[in-house]
Write a protein that binds this ligand. Structure first.
Ligand SMILES: [Zn+2]
Length: 205
């Protein structure tokens, strides 16, 4: 018996196999993967208070688009305001309020879909969509929403979202993560990745 062959005489064949010869069991579940993608997108946001990320996925589990909250293209992150203007203050200026300018993550994801049909797709978002994004979600044909947080559920905007979604049959549910955390450590990845030592000479072209 060669040393590469599993030793079937001493119990379970899978136990005898080298770990790299069979399927990993700790791979990412699809829903965790897409919600993690949304969280990663949120980390691109320059908003100092609220970072939201969204990811749109088709029925084949292909990512169609991603987005995060930010100003419109070429509206400078350094010139437009990131704060909310407070009514009642002497220097109150509604034009110095970020809500005038910020494009929400879900809207950006829809706009980033590059012309692809969104009919029947799922939207993963870190925060339940506001009423304005909900209008776009419905109009674009997205059929399901998975969200992490619904912290503004009692606010009229978000109640309006649910009223519209319920009326048209777009479903929504809170994402229940399969795993508690996903750590991305660039240094560790290079150390642990079994392919990291592959050079061009290893590729069979
Ligand atoms: Zn919104």
């Amino acid at each position: 018996m060669s040393v590469e062959e599993p030793n079937l005489e001493n119990g379970n064949a899978s136990e005898a196999m080298a770990p790299e010869s069979h399927k990993r069991n700790d791979y990412l579940h699809w829903d965790d993967y897409f919600m993690a993608t949304s969280i990663l997108s949120a980390k691109r946001s320059k908003d100092p208070v609220t970072q939201v990320g969204a990811c749109i996925v088709d029925s084949q589990n292909r990512i169609v688009a991603i987005g995060y909250n930010g100003f419109p293209r070429n509206c400078s992150d350094d010139e437009f305001p990131w704060s909310k203007a407070k009514k009642g203050l002497d220097d109150y200026d509604p034009l110095e309020d970020k809500t005038m300018y910020v494009v929400h993550a879900e809207a950006n994801a829809i706009l980033n879909s590059n012309g692809a049909s969104l009919t029947g797709t799922r939207l993963y978002t870190t925060l339940f969509p506001c009423n304005e994004c909900t209008k776009l979600i419905i109009q674009s044909g997205i059929s399901q929403i998975l969200y992490l947080s619904d912290k503004y559920a009692e606010k009229p905007k978000y109640r309006a979202s649910k009223r519209m979604l319920d009326a048209v049959g777009v479903t929504y549910k809170k994402h229940q993560p399969k795993q508690k955390e996903i750590i991305i450590d660039f240094d560790n990845f290079l150390l642990e990745d079994p392919n990291s030592s592959l050079g061009l000479s290893d590729l069979q072209l």
